[in-house]
Design a protein around this ligand. Structure first.
Ligand SMILES: Nc1nc2c(ncn2[C@@H]2O[C@H](COP(=O)(O)OP(=O)(O)OP(=O)(O)O)[C@@H](O)[C@H]2O)c(=O)[nH]1
Length: 548
């Protein structure tokens, strides 16, 4: 082979050189592009993970350096690879956390009122990105908090409001406001929780510890929580995570049951309180109904009760927990009972006194009634005596006056016949004179008996005075009356009067008149007396009717 190159060979070498140069040029451009891309990727990936960031910085610095250290780059790439592997592991952890959250939500029987909210959070958890995880965790914690402490929510306010008087809504507001402040302070805690969580990396341990920290546990459950916390702190094996989640879920359920039991006890206590207050009110109402004289006492008691209720309400509003409320209510109720007992004692005394007074008054009333009856009877007897003629025992002139008035009114109303008869014993003065006044009295008594025996039940006969008698025949005409009078007259005539074995002839004469339209009592009496005068004039032992 000759040392001199042929032109053809030279041209080929040149061509190859040009192509190689071009290829190198392209590779350099490609390398620059890769460097730039790598640098940008490193910049973009910065912040994804704190462990990755320093390696990315080193890589970018190295890429920007004029002299590159291949070994250094290889080391950086190894570190980046390790960091990315660690990131993947963390990512897997986070998705485990989501699964844990969902498992927790599913395991606990949440109150109906929270069920929907938990379902929403559950859906969000399923679709969540890493950046949303802390937010979801906090929401789950908040819902757990609300679910296990129902007395701090609206339910408690509603619960209270049914026992507090409506007019006290202002006071009730203050109670609500106070609770809102409490809720606000809870939110501050939540904000703090979010802030902290955002800076932390989540692991199942952190999640479970955070959940336990956020549960406000009663004493009887706190020891269980401490055990769990210690177990978590010491590190959980993968198979222990699910078991721990179940334990926390049970704890939450127990806490919820405990809160419900307390709520029920609280409800029962307030129901009993309401019954007692209702009973008091009923008692007060009955007291008023039973004894109006106790109005002032009742008014005072009502004032005391109202005052106690106001104090009670103030105390309840100021109380911080159920035990204090219970204690305050018990004290106030005791005070209220004392007031009621005092009132009842006073009321009993008042009632006993009233009963005594009523018994005394009743006795006095009975005595008075008895006395009044006796008096009425005596008056009646006296009146009867006053109406009777003492000698003959028949009605006297006073009785005649009254009966005349009554019969006259009846006649005026019904216009039925009413006849008057005026009797006079014939020659009575001679009887007295001849046989003595006593004999004359016997004659008068005998004639009175004849009058009485001869007249009907409806008829009336009275001694007018001396030896004069006046009779009334209701519903008897003048003619009928004359007939009846003559019968009486004959009876008298036929009666045997004797004195010392000597027969004493006794006769009587009568004049009759009947009531006519426009008559007064005096008119009729005058006409009857005039008829008597006529009978006397005709020889006595005679009955005459009025002449019209
Ligand atoms: N025994 C007795 N006599 C009385 C009583 N009241 C009145 N007399 C008498 O009755 C008598 C009445 O007499 P007179 O009025 O004159 O009438 P008379 O003698 O009946 O004569 P005539 O009426 O015309 O038939 C008097 O002597 C009275 O004293 C009385 O209660 N008892």
């Amino acid at each position: 082979m000759s040392e001199k190159s042929s032109p053809k060979t030279t041209a080929r070498w040149r061509q190859q050189f040009i192509e190689l140069s071009h290829e190198l040029e392209q590779q350099k451009t490609y390398e620059q592009l890769l460097e730039r891309g790598l640098s940008r990727l490193a910049l973009a990936a910065n912040g994804m993970d704190v462990c990755l960031d320093p390696h990315l910085d080193s890589l970018r610095k190295n890429l920007r350096a004029s002299i590159r250290d291949k070994a250094e780059v290889e080391h950086i790439l190894t570190e980046i690879e390790s960091a990315i592997t660690a990131m993947d592991a963390k990512k897997a952890s986070k998705s485990n956390i989501v699964q844990l959250l969902i498992a927790l939500i599913d395991k606990v029987s949440w109150p109906k009122s929270k069920k929907k909210q938990f379902d929403k959070v559950r859906k969000r958890a399923e679709k969540s990105s890493d950046t949303q995880l802390s937010e979801i965790l906090d929401e789950v914690a908040r819902l757990i908090e609300e679910s296990i402490t129902p007395q701090k929510g609206k339910e408690r306010n509603r619960f209270f409001s049914q026992f507090l008087p409506l007019k006290q809504t202002k006071s009730s507001h203050s109670l609500i406001e106070k609770e809102m402040v409490e809720l606000d302070s809870d939110e501050s805690d939540t904000t703090e929780f979010i802030r902290q969580s955002q800076t932390d990396d989540f692991t199942p341990q952190i999640l479970l510890t955070e959940l336990l920290e956020r549960l406000s546990l009663p004493t009887e459950l706190s020891s269980k929580a401490s055990e769990l916390r210690l177990k978590i702190h010491n590190g959980l094996k993968t198979e222990e995570v699910t078991e721990t989640i179940s334990s926390i879920a049970n704890l939450v359920s127990e806490l919820s049951s405990s809160a419900m039991a307390e709520k029920k006890e609280y409800e029962k206590f307030l129901r009993d309180l309401t019954k007692k207050i209702t009973s008091l009110d009923k008692h007060l109402y009955e007291v008023v109904q039973e004894d109006l004289s106790a109005f002032e006492q009742r008014h005072k008691l009502a004032g005391d009760v109202e005052q106690t209720m106001v104090e009670l309400r103030t105390d309840v509003e100021g109380a911080v927990d159920f035990v204090e409320i219970k204690s305050v209510l018990s004290q106030r109720l005791d005070h209220l009972n004392e007031q009621i007992t005092n009132y009842q004692q006073a009321d009993n005394t008042r009632f006993t006194e009233s009963q005594k007074q009523i018994e005394a008054l009743t006795l006095r009333l009975h005595v008075m009634e008895s006395e009044a009856n006796e008096l009425r009877l005596a008056t009646s007897k006296a009146r009867a005596l006053a109406m009777k003629d003492p000698l003959t025992g028949i009605w006297n002139r006073q009785a005649l006056t009254e009966v005349l008035q009554t019969e006259y009114s009846r006649w005026a109303r019904y216009q039925k016949p009413l006849t008057m008869v005026v009797w006079d014993v014939d020659y009575f003065k001679a009887v007295n004179d001849k046989f003595g006044h006593s004999a004359g009295d016997v004659v008068l008594k005998t004639i009175a008996r004849i009058f009485k025996d001869s007249t009907r039940q409806a008829d009336f006969i009275a001694r007018f005075g001396g030896e004069e008698f006046v009779g009334l025949f209701p519903e008897i005409s003048l003619e009928q009356g004359l007939e009846m009078a003559n019968k009486v007259r004959l009876t008298i005539e036929n009666t045997q009067f004797q004195h010392n074995g000597i027969s004493v002839p006794i006769t009587a004469s009568a004049g009759l008149a009947t009531f006519e339209k426009g008559d007064t009592i005096e008119d009729v009496f005058t006409r009857a007396d005039k008829a008597l005068y006529e009978a006397k004039g005709q020889g006595r032992n005679n009955c005459q009717i009025e002449r019209k």
